[in-house]
Design a protein around this ligand. Structure first.
Ligand SMILES: C[S@@+](CC[C@H](N)C(=O)[O-])C[C@H]1O[C@@H](n2cnc3c(N)ncnc32)[C@H](O)[C@@H]1O
Ligand SMILES: [Zn+2]
Length: 374
């Protein structure tokens, strides 16, 4: 019924056939590899007391995340799943890795557990939307939140549901993966603020079907107020592709233009969402160093993703230049030469991990088109 597999230096029993009650997705090993280096980098930046730090994998499936954190990072872990067969397997995986003194399995509703106790690290890795767990996670967490979302359709604006689940309106643009990441971060920012906690996004990324945010959390009403200032909106013109971001305070203080300043068509607004940096460069560099040193199954891909995040410009959207070239009926140049040309014209420009055919730049759409026409 079970077979043994290995992730990092951890042995894990997983169901031989996918079952309804125990979930294991080998494709998420990349995400777990990045988590290991991410949690380790964060712990090493704390002023000691590693021994007392507590992590919870609130929706654990086989328990692979929590077991790996106990074994490969050395934290005390609570590993929870409401499915009884998952709970039994978690116990077997704890035993298999001989981490019984650092790991405890629970068979509870995640929200009940999180509302009862504070944890330094809270990991929410659900099927689909994390929305039903965000309030309890934000009440429980003391130092770091790790959250996955796989419900990219409502977050991206492809379905209704963005407003219902995230209190925000997404737009279905070509940079929907980043919009989804920022809408999720915006919702988490507001949920944390209700408990006088402030978010510090450390590494936020999207790969394939999932979005993952890794964020530091600090206590304090003043800090929480400050991070609310990092929320805002993105205005997008579906006629010419112009886009710009503005903060919530701008929204209150200035009159936001209703028409595009490039082509005068009506602009549409997405948000509220997180409009400032979604990663901390130095943290990402430390994660990258950690990935390099560790034994990991998806090391190469993990290092490539994090390396791109390190250098990503802190601009809240990107341009799919292949789509842009197609609409202009010009052949797409190599991405590196377009980035060079934009920089030669005085703009910032660089790649984004969100897409291989996209770039971030502070050049306005008409400037990008001018550079592409040359
Ligand atoms: C996507 S799986 C977890 C995968 C796991 N974190 C991993 O990395 O392999 C989601 C799990 O959440 C569990 N679950 C769903 N709702 C829950 C709840 N309210 N409380 C506790 N567990 C829940 C399901 O039984 C399922 O095992
Ligand atoms: Zn326009």
């Amino acid at each position: 019924m079970f077979s043994e597999t290995k992730e990092g230096t951890t042995r894990i029993l997983v169901p031989k056939q996918p079952t309804k009650s125990i979930f294991y997705n080998p494709k998420m090993e990349l995400c777990r590899d990045i988590d290991i280096a991410g949690v380790a980098a964060f712990v090493s930046s704390l002023p000691s007391r590693r021994a007392s730090l507590r992590y919870i994998d609130a929706l654990a499936g086989t328990g692979v995340r929590g077991v790996r954190i106990a074994k490969e990072v050395g934290l005390f872990v609570a590993i929870n799943d409401r499915s009884e067969s998952a709970y039994e397997l978690i116990n077997r995986n704890i035993e298999l890795n001989e981490i019984g003194e650092r790991a405890k399995a629970y068979n509870e509703n995640a929200n009940v557990l999180l509302l009862q106790k504070n944890y330094d690290f809270v990991d929410i890795d659900p099927f689909g939307s994390p929305a039903p767990f965000l309030d309890a996670a934000c009440k429980s967490v003391k130092k770091m939140l790790l959250i996955t979302a796989t419900d990219t359709a409502p977050l991206c604006g492809a379905h209704s549901g963005g407003l219902r689940k995230y209190d925000a309106k997404p737009l279905n643009t070509e940079y929907h993966k980043e919009m989804a990441t920022r809408i999720l971060l915006g919702r988490v920012t507001r949920d944390l603020c209700r408990y006088d906690r402030a978010i510090q996004p450390l590494l936020s990324y999207s790969k394939g079907h999932f979005i993952r945010i890794i964020a530091g959390v600090e206590k304090g009403a003043k800090k929480a107020d400050d991070c609310m200032k990092r929320l805002g909106f993105i205005a997008h013109c579906f006629s010419c592709g112009n886009r710009f971001a503005f903060s919530c305070s701008d929204m209150l203080e200035m009159e936001v233009k209703k028409n595009c300043e490039v082509c005068d068509a009506k602009i549409r607004i997405a948000g509220p969402l997180y409009v400032e940096a979604i990663k901390e460069k130095r943290f990402c560099e430390r994660v990258h160093e950690g990935l390099e040193k560790r034994e990991l199954g998806r090391k190469k891909e993990a290092m490539k993703t994090v390396a791109t995040c390190i250098n990503e410009l802190d601009i809240p959207f990107y341009y799919d230049y292949h789509a842009l070239c197609k609409s202009m009926k010009v052949p797409p140049p190599p991405i590196s030469s377009l980035i060079d040309d934009l920089q030669l014209n005085g703009f910032s420009a660089g790649r984004t991990h969100f897409s291989d055919t996209a770039l971030k730049t502070d050049a306005r759409i008409d400037m990008i088109k001018d550079v592409l026409k040359k």
